[in-house]
Design a protein around this ligand. Structure first.
Ligand SMILES: *[C@@H]1O[C@H](CO)[C@@H](O)[C@H](O)[C@H]1NC(C)=O
Ligand SMILES: *[C@@H]1O[C@H](CO)[C@@H](O)[C@H](O)[C@H]1NC(C)=O
Ligand SMILES: *[C@@H]1O[C@H](CO)[C@@H](O)[C@H](O)[C@H]1NC(C)=O
Ligand SMILES: *[C@@H]1O[C@H](CO)[C@@H](O)[C@H](O)[C@H]1NC(C)=O
Ligand SMILES: *[C@@H]1O[C@H](CO)[C@@H](O)[C@H](O)[C@H]1NC(C)=O
Ligand SMILES: *[C@@H]1O[C@H](CO)[C@@H](O)[C@H](O)[C@H]1NC(C)=O
Ligand SMILES: *[C@@H]1O[C@H](CO)[C@@H](O)[C@H](O)[C@H]1NC(C)=O
Ligand SMILES: *[C@@H]1O[C@H](CO)[C@@H](O)[C@H](O)[C@H]1NC(C)=O
Ligand SMILES: *[C@@H]1O[C@H](CO)[C@@H](O)[C@H](O)[C@H]1NC(C)=O
Length: 689
């Protein structure tokens, strides 16, 4: 038997000592007690209504300059004269479409799917450039990401927007790639008591304790955020993984993006990350209803475009509690809360569905594991009543906002959670905000909906519902889509690229944007798929990652040719047709759709009157093929059990540690430490090793 309370105490003491010795790890701690800016001159809070909705002035200035300089040139580079698709680019160029790309959630699977798709749209990629799909990335004004899609997005932006091979595999110089073969929770191997793992846990814990020491509530999401940072941000190599030689991505702030050279040169789209929320006091577990506020983070601000909220706070000062837009006093400001790791950790904070009592099953976890977990979790939750340890805790800057309609108007701490927990797993919302005026959206869907872990349209269907019921005054609509996941599946729309919204009734002022749906799908060639992995698969061999990205790349440049296992040679040009289509409509006089593009739209557009069928997609293999072969197959149960079970177990211990160290610190002040210690003793958390 091994007493967890001892382990925990030991780990947190060690961690505290190390944290004090390690300036680098303190970088994760926000700065509290900062002098607040003069809010009479520059308010920190921006509140509006759907009628007065407007972009942050820095965002609109950035988009305008980027479009008129960098993007207009990128269109020319991509399309050339335009002759190949039946247009004259000099004519089109007075009004190109505004493009946004949305990357869905789904853990490492979604992050790799996003990377593979991006490589196929990148003009810097040789094969994508030569077939003609490469170039769409360069004309994008926005990129949105959620959960696993936010890991990819965050990684791309905090690695200077390098090419996908450099980002994922490393560039042989400063960038070391994602190191996905080092398991997320147990990078030192499946023995949780291994020395390397212990060093790793202690470093992670030290940075979280440093944050907790400022008096700001921490939670398991902070531990999670730090672990993700080892993979997705710079400063971590195979050689320093288990050391404190660098800060492993701590201290990198989302609000610093506008000062980076990529922003100063207007070279990148504006990134937007999505969070869902759990209204304070509701304590719901499981999925979040669609009427609960959804938040986003841009490089400038954080807030919600939902009509009942319509408020944004200056991102530099996020973490500061504001009441009616005012800080508690002149020196109550917090900076450095918007850690890049904490942003992507919040967007993927699933713990409200994992850690709630009676809700300990998660897809991918074997029953025997969940039984043991159930036991641990219930002991954990019973022994310490945490306020909200299963969410990301954000001090609310929105106290007093919309007191008649905003559900968290009286709340001082926001409880933020995984952006896909309302079942909108593709972050389309931010791209549909009225004032953003996005014309063409790529919906990159790496969800695992079907029994073989392919998407089935659940996400756009839920987005459609939310748009029609809650966001009808603040956001653009989605074009017509099939009504049910069954329809998506029977029409085969979840297995190949499809355009939605090709023929709006008004061409001068289309009632919705054009949407290209790009689902994670089996290889069009009929080869066995390696990309429909489990959301909770927390390590990938380097071989698997290479095969994964290659399959996605090949499918994304291949398009869809009915009744064959061949790529569509016209697809890259059809993609160009789709990209320019809304821009063409904005010209006066409207340029008619070219003959070539009309043929493309016949092939790729969803037509409710004449739906396609899954039978047009012959020989697709739906069942996952593990490329790591028989060793992994044979040991899979043990490895998955060890990994996911051990991992969650450690998260729980860590959560408890952080909670204890914070509580101990608070109570030491209040002289209550002994009582807590004895409470703790009466609920010994034990497990056999
Ligand atoms: C926003 O724009 C103003 C005016 O150009 C500039 O002074 C300020 O630094 C910008 N802030 C950010 C965060 O980009
Ligand atoms: C394309 O449009 C420009 C500007 O209207 C015109 O000068 C040029 O001749 C056109 N090119 C072709 C090939 O029609
Ligand atoms: C890591 O990235 C940050 C933010 O982009 C940058 O400031 C820093 O110089 C980079 N560090 C290394 C070692 O590359
Ligand atoms: C945030 O506030 C600071 C201080 O007023 C200001 O310099 C900065 O430009 C603001 N940032 C944004 C994005 O508004
Ligand atoms: C200012 O507000 C902070 C946070 O509420 C509080 O901790 C601090 O004591 C206050 N300072 C003063 C001088 O009132
Ligand atoms: C917005 O507020 C109104 C008024 O309280 C309420 O009726 C409505 O249900 C709220 N909508 C959402 C989506 O919460
Ligand atoms: C917020 O508190 C005020 C005053 O106590 C109360 O009137 C109001 O109903 C509360 N609003 C919500 C949404 O709980
Ligand atoms: C679609 O996916 C959802 C999960 O996102 C699942 O509950 C449902 O059964 C699936 N339906 C079909 C027809 O695959
Ligand atoms: C481009 O489109 C916008 C929106 O429809 C319109 O306001 C603007 O006048 C157009 N510009 C040109 C040069 O046609």
């Amino acid at each position: 038997m091994f007493s967890l309370s001892l382990l925990c105490l030991f780990a947190s003491l060690n961690a505290l000592v190390r944290a004090q010795g390690s300036e680098l790890l303190k970088l994760y701690a926000p700065t509290i007690g900062s002098k607040c800016p003069d809010i009479t001159q520059n308010p920190l809070l921006r509140e509006f209504t759907t009628g007065t909705q407007a972009l942050h002035p820095n965002e609109s200035a950035y988009i305008d300059t980027r479009e008129s300089t960098v993007i207009s040139k990128a269109w020319q580079d991509w399309l050339g004269t335009g002759e190949q698709i039946g247009y004259n680019v000099s004519v089109l160029s007075s009004n190109f479409s505004r493009v946004g790309i949305a990357f869905s959630g789904g853990g490492y699977r979604a992050a790799q799917y996003s990377a593979g798709v991006t490589s196929a749209l990148d003009a810097r990629d040789q094969s994508a450039k030569s077939v003609g799909t490469g170039g769409l990335l360069q004309v994008a004004s926005y990129i949105s990401g959620l959960s696993g899609g936010s890991w990819f997005t965050g990684s791309l932006y905090f690695n200077d927007f390098v090419t996908i091979p450099d980002l994922v595999y490393g560039d042989g110089n400063d960038r070391n790639g994602w190191l996905l073969d080092l398991e997320l929770f147990l990078p030192g191997g499946f023995d949780v008591f291994d020395d390397k793992n212990t060093f790793f846990f202690q470093s992670v814990l030290a940075s979280v304790v440093a944050k907790a020491s400022t008096g700001i509530d921490t939670s398991i999401t902070d531990v999670w955020s730090r672990m993700l940072s080892y993979h997705f941000f710079n400063q971590t190599t195979r050689a320093n993984f288990f050391t404190d030689d660098t800060s492993h991505g701590a201290g990198q702030l989302w609000s610093n993006l506008p000062r980076s050279s990529m922003f100063q040169g207007f070279n990148v789209p504006v990134p937007l990350i999505v969070f869902d929320s759990r209204p304070s006091g509701t304590k719901t577990n499981g999925y979040t209803p669609l009427d609960v506020p959804v938040y986003e983070v841009s490089p400038f601000e954080m807030g919600s475009w939902d009509p009942n909220v319509s408020a944004m706070v200056n991102l530099t000062y996020v973490g500061t509690h504001l009441s009616n837009g005012k800080p508690d006093n002149d020196t109550a400001c917090v900076t450095g809360f918007d850690e890049a790791g904490f942003i992507i950790g919040t967007s993927s904070s699933l713990f409200s569905i994992i850690l709630d009592k009676g809700q300990t099953t998660l897809s991918g976890l074997k029953e025997q594991d969940s039984a043991g977990l159930d036991h641990l979790v219930s002991m954990f939750l019973n022994s310490i009543e945490t306020r909200a340890d299963d969410v990301a805790n954000w001090p609310s800057p929105f106290n007093g906002v919309k007191s008649n309609t905003y559900i968290d108007t009286n709340t001082s701490w926001l409880e933020l959670i995984d952006g896909g927990l309302n079942l909108e797993n593709i972050p389309l919302g931010p791209l549909l905000v009225n004032s953003r005026n996005v014309d063409f959206i790529l919906a990159v869907d790496g969800s695992a909906d079907t029994s073989d872990s392919w998407p089935n349209g659940t996400s756009p269907i839920n987005t459609n519902l939310r748009l029609n019921t809650i966001l009808s005054s603040s956001h653009q609509k989605l074009p017509p889509i099939p009504a049910t996941p069954n329809d998506f599946v029977s029409m085969g729309l979840n297995l190949r690229p499809t355009l939605f919204g090709c023929d709006p009734t008004s061409t001068s002022n289309p009632e919705y944007p054009l949407v290209l749906y790009l689902p994670n799908a089996p290889p069009l060639t009929g080869a066995k798929p390696v990309t429909n992995t489990d959301t909770f698969k927390l390590s990938y061999s380097s071989r698997h990652t290479h095969l994964f990205l290659d399959q996605v790349h090949t499918n994304t440049i291949g398009g869809f040719k009915p009744n064959t296992n061949s790529p569509d040679p016209d697809w890259p040009k059809c993609l160009q047709c789709a990209a320019v289509d809304r821009g063409r409509m904005k010209l006066s006089p409207v340029v008619p759709r070219s003959e070539f593009c009309t043929t493309c739209f016949k092939k790729y557009c969803y037509d409710p009157a004449n739906p396609s069928s899954v039978s047009q997609l012959p020989n697709r293999v739906l069942k996952f093929q593990d490329p790591d072969g028989s060793f992994f197959q044979q040991h899979k149960a043990a490895i998955i059990g060890g990994s996911v079970g051990g991992a969650l177990f450690f998260l729980i211990v860590f959560g408890a540690c952080c909670f204890f160290s914070k509580k101990a610190r608070k109570n030491r002040k209040r002289g209550k430490y002994t009582r807590v210690a004895s409470d703790h003793e009466t609920h010994p958390l034990t497990m056999s090793k």
